[in-house]
Design a protein around this ligand. Structure first.
Ligand code: SAH
Length: 361
Protein backbone atom coordinates (compact mmCIF):
# COMPACT_ATOMS: atom_id res chain seq x y z
CA UNK A 1 0.00 0.00 0.00
CA UNK A 2 1.02 3.60 -0.51
CA UNK A 3 2.06 5.24 2.73
CA UNK A 4 -0.49 7.65 4.18
CA UNK A 5 0.22 11.28 3.38
CA UNK A 6 1.71 13.46 6.09
CA UNK A 7 -0.59 15.88 7.89
CA UNK A 8 0.96 18.77 5.96
CA UNK A 9 0.47 17.07 2.60
CA UNK A 10 -3.12 16.23 3.48
CA UNK A 11 -4.28 19.36 5.29
CA UNK A 12 -2.31 22.42 4.29
CA UNK A 13 -2.44 25.37 6.66
CA UNK A 14 -4.47 27.53 4.30
CA UNK A 15 -7.97 28.95 4.37
CA UNK A 16 -10.67 26.55 3.14
CA UNK A 17 -11.89 27.32 -0.37
CA UNK A 18 -15.54 28.19 -1.02
CA UNK A 19 -15.22 26.14 -4.23
CA UNK A 20 -14.66 22.95 -2.24
CA UNK A 21 -18.28 22.98 -1.11
CA UNK A 22 -21.01 20.97 -2.75
CA UNK A 23 -24.40 22.66 -2.67
CA UNK A 24 -25.43 20.39 0.19
CA UNK A 25 -22.25 21.28 2.14
CA UNK A 26 -23.11 24.91 1.77
CA UNK A 27 -26.66 24.27 2.98
CA UNK A 28 -25.30 22.47 6.04
CA UNK A 29 -22.93 25.30 6.83
CA UNK A 30 -25.74 27.84 6.47
CA UNK A 31 -27.94 25.91 8.85
CA UNK A 32 -25.05 25.74 11.36
CA UNK A 33 -24.83 29.52 11.35
CA UNK A 34 -28.64 29.83 11.43
CA UNK A 35 -29.09 31.20 7.94
CA UNK A 36 -31.81 30.00 5.57
CA UNK A 37 -31.00 27.16 3.21
CA UNK A 38 -32.11 28.99 0.07
CA UNK A 39 -29.05 31.22 0.37
CA UNK A 40 -26.95 28.26 -0.83
CA UNK A 41 -28.47 28.39 -4.31
CA UNK A 42 -27.95 32.16 -4.40
CA UNK A 43 -24.30 31.77 -3.48
CA UNK A 44 -23.86 29.00 -6.06
CA UNK A 45 -25.35 31.28 -8.67
CA UNK A 46 -22.85 34.02 -7.87
CA UNK A 47 -19.98 31.57 -7.93
CA UNK A 48 -20.74 29.54 -11.03
CA UNK A 49 -23.13 31.60 -13.19
CA UNK A 50 -21.95 35.11 -12.54
CA UNK A 51 -18.46 33.96 -11.59
CA UNK A 52 -17.74 36.81 -9.20
CA UNK A 53 -14.37 36.99 -7.46
CA UNK A 54 -15.42 38.44 -4.08
CA UNK A 55 -18.20 37.93 -1.52
CA UNK A 56 -18.77 41.67 -1.56
CA UNK A 57 -20.32 41.39 -5.01
CA UNK A 58 -23.04 39.01 -3.75
CA UNK A 59 -25.42 41.90 -3.33
CA UNK A 60 -28.58 39.92 -2.60
CA UNK A 61 -27.01 38.46 0.57
CA UNK A 62 -27.29 40.26 3.89
CA UNK A 63 -24.14 42.08 4.89
CA UNK A 64 -23.67 39.90 7.98
CA UNK A 65 -23.64 36.75 5.87
CA UNK A 66 -21.17 38.22 3.42
CA UNK A 67 -18.87 39.04 6.33
CA UNK A 68 -19.22 35.56 7.73
CA UNK A 69 -18.33 34.08 4.35
CA UNK A 70 -15.34 36.38 4.11
CA UNK A 71 -14.07 35.24 7.51
CA UNK A 72 -14.55 31.57 6.77
CA UNK A 73 -13.77 30.91 3.09
CA UNK A 74 -11.26 31.84 0.45
CA UNK A 75 -12.71 33.06 -2.86
CA UNK A 76 -9.91 35.08 -4.49
CA UNK A 77 -8.67 33.94 -7.89
CA UNK A 78 -5.23 32.41 -8.02
CA UNK A 79 -2.49 34.69 -9.25
CA UNK A 80 -1.47 34.00 -12.83
CA UNK A 81 2.32 33.91 -12.70
CA UNK A 82 2.97 32.78 -16.26
CA UNK A 83 1.05 32.11 -19.42
CA UNK A 84 2.31 30.46 -22.59
CA UNK A 85 0.24 30.44 -25.75
CA UNK A 86 0.85 28.02 -28.57
CA UNK A 87 0.19 28.78 -32.22
CA UNK A 88 -2.44 26.00 -32.16
CA UNK A 89 -4.48 27.85 -29.50
CA UNK A 90 -3.29 25.79 -26.51
CA UNK A 91 -2.69 27.98 -23.46
CA UNK A 92 -0.73 26.88 -20.46
CA UNK A 93 -1.25 28.76 -17.21
CA UNK A 94 0.98 28.73 -14.17
CA UNK A 95 -1.08 29.71 -11.13
CA UNK A 96 0.10 30.57 -7.64
CA UNK A 97 -1.73 29.13 -4.65
CA UNK A 98 -2.41 30.75 -1.27
CA UNK A 99 0.76 29.29 0.24
CA UNK A 100 2.96 30.29 -2.69
CA UNK A 101 3.19 26.91 -4.45
CA UNK A 102 2.51 26.88 -8.16
CA UNK A 103 0.46 24.60 -10.38
CA UNK A 104 -0.20 24.21 -14.09
CA UNK A 105 -3.48 24.26 -15.94
CA UNK A 106 -3.82 23.84 -19.70
CA UNK A 107 -6.57 24.96 -22.06
CA UNK A 108 -6.74 22.90 -25.23
CA UNK A 109 -8.89 23.85 -28.19
CA UNK A 110 -10.40 21.06 -30.22
CA UNK A 111 -12.92 21.15 -33.05
CA UNK A 112 -15.46 19.70 -30.58
CA UNK A 113 -14.86 22.35 -27.91
CA UNK A 114 -12.58 23.66 -25.21
CA UNK A 115 -10.97 21.26 -22.83
CA UNK A 116 -9.16 22.05 -19.58
CA UNK A 117 -6.44 19.85 -18.14
CA UNK A 118 -6.29 20.23 -14.36
CA UNK A 119 -3.70 19.52 -11.69
CA UNK A 120 -4.64 17.60 -8.53
CA UNK A 121 -1.48 17.80 -6.42
CA UNK A 122 1.51 20.10 -5.95
CA UNK A 123 4.08 17.70 -7.36
CA UNK A 124 3.70 13.94 -7.25
CA UNK A 125 5.19 11.08 -5.27
CA UNK A 126 4.85 8.24 -7.75
CA UNK A 127 8.20 8.75 -9.43
CA UNK A 128 7.39 7.72 -13.02
CA UNK A 129 10.81 7.82 -14.65
CA UNK A 130 9.71 9.83 -17.71
CA UNK A 131 7.57 12.46 -16.04
CA UNK A 132 8.45 16.05 -15.08
CA UNK A 133 5.66 16.34 -12.47
CA UNK A 134 7.42 14.09 -10.03
CA UNK A 135 10.66 16.11 -9.91
CA UNK A 136 10.94 17.34 -6.32
CA UNK A 137 8.32 14.92 -5.01
CA UNK A 138 4.94 15.74 -3.52
CA UNK A 139 4.48 19.00 -1.65
CA UNK A 140 0.80 18.64 -0.89
CA UNK A 141 -2.66 17.68 -2.11
CA UNK A 142 -4.82 20.37 -3.65
CA UNK A 143 -8.09 21.22 -1.97
CA UNK A 144 -11.09 20.26 -4.10
CA UNK A 145 -11.74 23.99 -4.45
CA UNK A 146 -8.26 24.59 -5.83
CA UNK A 147 -9.02 22.11 -8.60
CA UNK A 148 -12.41 23.75 -9.27
CA UNK A 149 -10.71 27.18 -9.34
CA UNK A 150 -8.52 26.09 -12.24
CA UNK A 151 -11.56 25.37 -14.39
CA UNK A 152 -13.24 28.59 -13.29
CA UNK A 153 -10.22 30.67 -14.06
CA UNK A 154 -9.94 29.25 -17.56
CA UNK A 155 -13.68 29.78 -17.96
CA UNK A 156 -13.25 33.42 -16.98
CA UNK A 157 -10.54 33.78 -19.63
CA UNK A 158 -12.99 32.33 -22.16
CA UNK A 159 -15.85 34.56 -21.02
CA UNK A 160 -14.26 37.41 -22.99
CA UNK A 161 -15.08 35.61 -26.25
CA UNK A 162 -18.29 34.01 -24.93
CA UNK A 163 -16.80 30.54 -25.16
CA UNK A 164 -17.33 27.73 -22.74
CA UNK A 165 -15.22 25.03 -21.13
CA UNK A 166 -16.90 21.94 -22.51
CA UNK A 167 -14.72 19.17 -21.15
CA UNK A 168 -12.20 18.45 -18.43
CA UNK A 169 -9.28 16.06 -18.34
CA UNK A 170 -7.69 15.28 -15.00
CA UNK A 171 -4.26 14.75 -16.49
CA UNK A 172 -2.21 17.62 -15.09
CA UNK A 173 0.37 17.45 -12.33
CA UNK A 174 -0.25 14.82 -9.64
CA UNK A 175 -1.98 11.49 -9.20
CA UNK A 176 -5.74 12.05 -8.84
CA UNK A 177 -6.26 8.82 -6.88
CA UNK A 178 -3.60 9.91 -4.36
CA UNK A 179 -5.98 12.81 -3.61
CA UNK A 180 -9.10 10.69 -3.82
CA UNK A 181 -11.44 12.66 -1.56
CA UNK A 182 -10.42 15.95 -3.16
CA UNK A 183 -10.98 14.43 -6.59
CA UNK A 184 -14.48 13.17 -5.81
CA UNK A 185 -15.55 16.51 -4.29
CA UNK A 186 -14.17 18.30 -7.33
CA UNK A 187 -16.11 16.00 -9.67
CA UNK A 188 -19.35 16.58 -7.77
CA UNK A 189 -18.99 20.37 -7.89
CA UNK A 190 -18.11 20.70 -11.58
CA UNK A 191 -20.71 18.13 -12.56
CA UNK A 192 -23.59 19.67 -10.56
CA UNK A 193 -26.21 21.41 -12.72
CA UNK A 194 -26.04 24.47 -10.49
CA UNK A 195 -22.24 24.26 -10.41
CA UNK A 196 -20.24 24.31 -13.64
CA UNK A 197 -22.63 21.75 -15.12
CA UNK A 198 -20.04 19.82 -17.08
CA UNK A 199 -21.42 16.40 -17.98
CA UNK A 200 -19.73 13.33 -16.52
CA UNK A 201 -19.17 12.00 -20.01
CA UNK A 202 -17.17 15.13 -20.77
CA UNK A 203 -14.80 14.51 -17.87
CA UNK A 204 -11.86 12.10 -17.98
CA UNK A 205 -9.79 11.00 -15.03
CA UNK A 206 -6.44 9.33 -15.56
CA UNK A 207 -4.59 7.22 -13.01
CA UNK A 208 -1.18 5.62 -12.90
CA UNK A 209 -2.89 2.57 -11.44
CA UNK A 210 -3.45 2.76 -7.68
CA UNK A 211 -5.43 -0.45 -7.56
CA UNK A 212 -7.52 -0.09 -4.36
CA UNK A 213 -8.89 3.22 -5.64
CA UNK A 214 -9.80 1.72 -9.00
CA UNK A 215 -12.18 -0.61 -7.12
CA UNK A 216 -13.47 2.29 -5.07
CA UNK A 217 -13.97 4.48 -8.12
CA UNK A 218 -15.84 1.69 -9.92
CA UNK A 219 -18.24 1.59 -6.96
CA UNK A 220 -18.93 5.37 -7.05
CA UNK A 221 -21.30 4.86 -9.96
CA UNK A 222 -20.20 7.99 -11.81
CA UNK A 223 -20.28 8.09 -15.59
CA UNK A 224 -16.83 9.69 -15.78
CA UNK A 225 -14.46 8.55 -18.55
CA UNK A 226 -11.66 6.50 -17.12
CA UNK A 227 -8.08 6.26 -18.36
CA UNK A 228 -5.13 4.26 -17.08
CA UNK A 229 -1.49 5.03 -17.82
CA UNK A 230 -0.30 1.60 -18.88
CA UNK A 231 2.85 2.40 -20.86
CA UNK A 232 4.10 -1.20 -21.00
CA UNK A 233 3.10 -4.58 -22.41
CA UNK A 234 4.34 -6.53 -19.40
CA UNK A 235 5.02 -6.08 -15.72
CA UNK A 236 8.84 -6.05 -16.03
CA UNK A 237 8.95 -3.08 -18.40
CA UNK A 238 6.18 -1.34 -16.46
CA UNK A 239 8.12 -1.60 -13.20
CA UNK A 240 11.13 0.04 -14.86
CA UNK A 241 9.04 2.96 -16.11
CA UNK A 242 6.60 3.27 -13.22
CA UNK A 243 7.67 2.38 -9.66
CA UNK A 244 3.97 2.19 -8.69
CA UNK A 245 3.90 -1.11 -10.58
CA UNK A 246 6.11 -2.69 -7.92
CA UNK A 247 3.39 -1.97 -5.40
CA UNK A 248 0.45 -2.83 -7.64
CA UNK A 249 1.74 -5.23 -10.28
CA UNK A 250 0.17 -5.54 -13.68
CA UNK A 251 -1.95 -8.63 -13.03
CA UNK A 252 -3.59 -6.90 -10.06
CA UNK A 253 -4.05 -3.76 -12.15
CA UNK A 254 -5.72 -5.72 -14.95
CA UNK A 255 -8.02 -7.46 -12.46
CA UNK A 256 -9.15 -4.12 -11.06
CA UNK A 257 -9.77 -2.79 -14.56
CA UNK A 258 -11.87 -5.84 -15.42
CA UNK A 259 -13.86 -5.18 -12.25
CA UNK A 260 -14.33 -1.54 -13.28
CA UNK A 261 -15.64 -2.52 -16.72
CA UNK A 262 -17.96 -5.15 -15.29
CA UNK A 263 -19.30 -2.79 -12.65
CA UNK A 264 -19.81 0.27 -14.87
CA UNK A 265 -20.40 -1.28 -18.28
CA UNK A 266 -18.01 1.28 -19.67
CA UNK A 267 -14.77 0.88 -21.56
CA UNK A 268 -11.41 2.15 -20.36
CA UNK A 269 -8.72 4.07 -22.20
CA UNK A 270 -5.12 2.99 -21.92
CA UNK A 271 -2.45 5.62 -22.32
CA UNK A 272 0.65 4.13 -23.83
CA UNK A 273 3.66 6.42 -24.10
CA UNK A 274 6.16 5.35 -26.72
CA UNK A 275 9.65 5.51 -25.23
CA UNK A 276 12.36 4.93 -27.81
CA UNK A 277 13.90 1.47 -27.55
CA UNK A 278 12.08 0.68 -24.30
CA UNK A 279 8.51 -0.28 -25.21
CA UNK A 280 8.04 0.76 -28.85
CA UNK A 281 8.96 -2.29 -30.90
CA UNK A 282 6.58 -4.44 -32.95
CA UNK A 283 6.98 -7.29 -30.48
CA UNK A 284 5.83 -4.96 -27.71
CA UNK A 285 2.74 -4.08 -29.73
CA UNK A 286 2.01 -7.79 -30.17
CA UNK A 287 2.45 -8.46 -26.48
CA UNK A 288 0.25 -5.48 -25.62
CA UNK A 289 -2.49 -6.70 -27.96
CA UNK A 290 -2.43 -10.10 -26.25
CA UNK A 291 -2.54 -8.50 -22.81
CA UNK A 292 -5.66 -6.45 -23.47
CA UNK A 293 -7.49 -8.49 -26.07
CA UNK A 294 -10.24 -9.48 -23.66
CA UNK A 295 -10.59 -5.98 -22.18
CA UNK A 296 -13.17 -3.48 -23.48
CA UNK A 297 -10.78 -0.65 -24.20
CA UNK A 298 -9.21 1.92 -26.41
CA UNK A 299 -5.47 2.59 -26.62
CA UNK A 300 -4.11 6.09 -26.90
CA UNK A 301 -0.53 6.13 -28.14
CA UNK A 302 1.52 9.10 -26.92
CA UNK A 303 4.90 9.90 -28.44
CA UNK A 304 7.18 10.74 -25.51
CA UNK A 305 7.43 14.40 -24.65
CA UNK A 306 11.03 15.34 -24.23
CA UNK A 307 11.84 16.30 -20.65
CA UNK A 308 15.41 17.63 -20.21
CA UNK A 309 15.80 15.97 -16.79
CA UNK A 310 14.76 12.59 -18.25
CA UNK A 311 16.68 10.95 -21.05
CA UNK A 312 14.06 9.16 -23.10
CA UNK A 313 14.16 9.47 -26.87
CA UNK A 314 11.28 9.78 -29.30
CA UNK A 315 10.22 6.90 -31.47
CA UNK A 316 10.67 7.61 -35.20
CA UNK A 317 7.40 8.35 -37.05
CA UNK A 318 7.46 5.22 -39.23
CA UNK A 319 8.01 3.08 -36.14
CA UNK A 320 5.02 4.73 -34.42
CA UNK A 321 2.81 3.85 -37.40
CA UNK A 322 4.12 0.29 -37.43
CA UNK A 323 3.21 -0.01 -33.74
CA UNK A 324 -0.25 1.40 -34.38
CA UNK A 325 -0.86 -0.89 -37.36
CA UNK A 326 0.24 -3.94 -35.38
CA UNK A 327 -2.31 -3.16 -32.69
CA UNK A 328 -5.07 -2.53 -35.23
CA UNK A 329 -4.31 -5.73 -37.15
CA UNK A 330 -4.79 -7.63 -33.91
CA UNK A 331 -8.18 -6.05 -33.35
CA UNK A 332 -7.19 -3.41 -30.79
CA UNK A 333 -8.99 -0.10 -30.99
CA UNK A 334 -6.07 2.36 -31.02
CA UNK A 335 -5.30 5.92 -32.01
CA UNK A 336 -2.31 8.22 -31.95
CA UNK A 337 -2.79 11.16 -29.61
CA UNK A 338 -2.82 14.42 -31.50
CA UNK A 339 -0.10 16.54 -30.03
CA UNK A 340 -0.85 20.06 -28.97
CA UNK A 341 1.22 22.84 -27.54
CA UNK A 342 4.36 21.47 -29.09
CA UNK A 343 5.99 24.89 -29.19
CA UNK A 344 5.34 25.52 -25.46
CA UNK A 345 6.17 23.53 -22.32
CA UNK A 346 2.84 21.74 -22.44
CA UNK A 347 3.82 18.33 -21.07
CA UNK A 348 2.86 17.68 -17.45
CA UNK A 349 5.04 19.60 -15.07
CA UNK A 350 7.33 21.16 -17.65
CA UNK A 351 6.41 24.80 -17.19
CA UNK A 352 6.42 24.54 -13.42
CA UNK A 353 9.81 22.80 -13.49
CA UNK A 354 11.22 25.60 -15.60
CA UNK A 355 9.69 28.57 -13.80
CA UNK A 356 9.91 27.29 -10.26
CA UNK A 357 13.19 25.50 -9.99
CA UNK A 358 13.29 25.84 -6.23
CA UNK A 359 10.01 23.90 -5.96
CA UNK A 360 11.01 20.99 -8.15
CA UNK A 361 14.48 20.17 -6.91
N1 SAH B 1 -0.94 10.65 -12.55
C1 SAH B 1 -1.96 10.42 -13.55
C2 SAH B 1 -2.35 11.68 -14.27
C3 SAH B 1 -1.30 12.23 -15.24
S1 SAH B 1 -2.00 12.12 -16.82
C4 SAH B 1 -1.52 9.32 -14.47
O1 SAH B 1 -0.40 8.85 -14.31
O2 SAH B 1 -2.31 8.86 -15.30
C5 SAH B 1 -0.69 12.52 -17.85
C6 SAH B 1 -0.28 11.42 -18.82
O3 SAH B 1 0.92 11.83 -19.46
C7 SAH B 1 0.02 10.12 -18.12
O4 SAH B 1 -0.38 9.06 -18.94
C8 SAH B 1 1.52 10.18 -17.99
O5 SAH B 1 2.06 8.91 -17.80
C9 SAH B 1 1.90 10.81 -19.30
N2 SAH B 1 3.24 11.43 -19.32
C10 SAH B 1 3.92 12.00 -18.31
N3 SAH B 1 5.13 12.43 -18.73
C11 SAH B 1 5.21 12.13 -20.03
C12 SAH B 1 6.21 12.30 -21.03
N4 SAH B 1 7.37 12.87 -20.75
N5 SAH B 1 5.93 11.87 -22.27
C13 SAH B 1 4.73 11.28 -22.56
N6 SAH B 1 3.77 11.08 -21.68
C14 SAH B 1 3.99 11.48 -20.41
Amino acid sequence: MLKPLSEKQQNPAIMPSIFSLELSDLENWLSEIKEPKFRAAQIYNWLYEKRVTSFEEMTNLPKGLREKLEETYHIHPMKEVARQESSDGTIKFLFELQDGYSIETVLMRHDYGNSVCVTTQVGCRLGCTFCASTLGGLKRNLLAGEIVSQVLQVQRALDATEERVSSIVIMGIGEPFDNYDGLIKFLKVVNHDKGLNIGARHITVSTSGIVPYIYKFADEGMQINFAVSLHAPNTEIRSKLMPVNRMYPMNELMDSIRYYIKKTGRRVSFEYGLFGGVNDQVEHAEELADLIKSVKCHVNLIPVNYVPERDYVRTPKNQIFKFLETLKKRGVNATLRREQGHDIDAACGQLRAKERQEETR
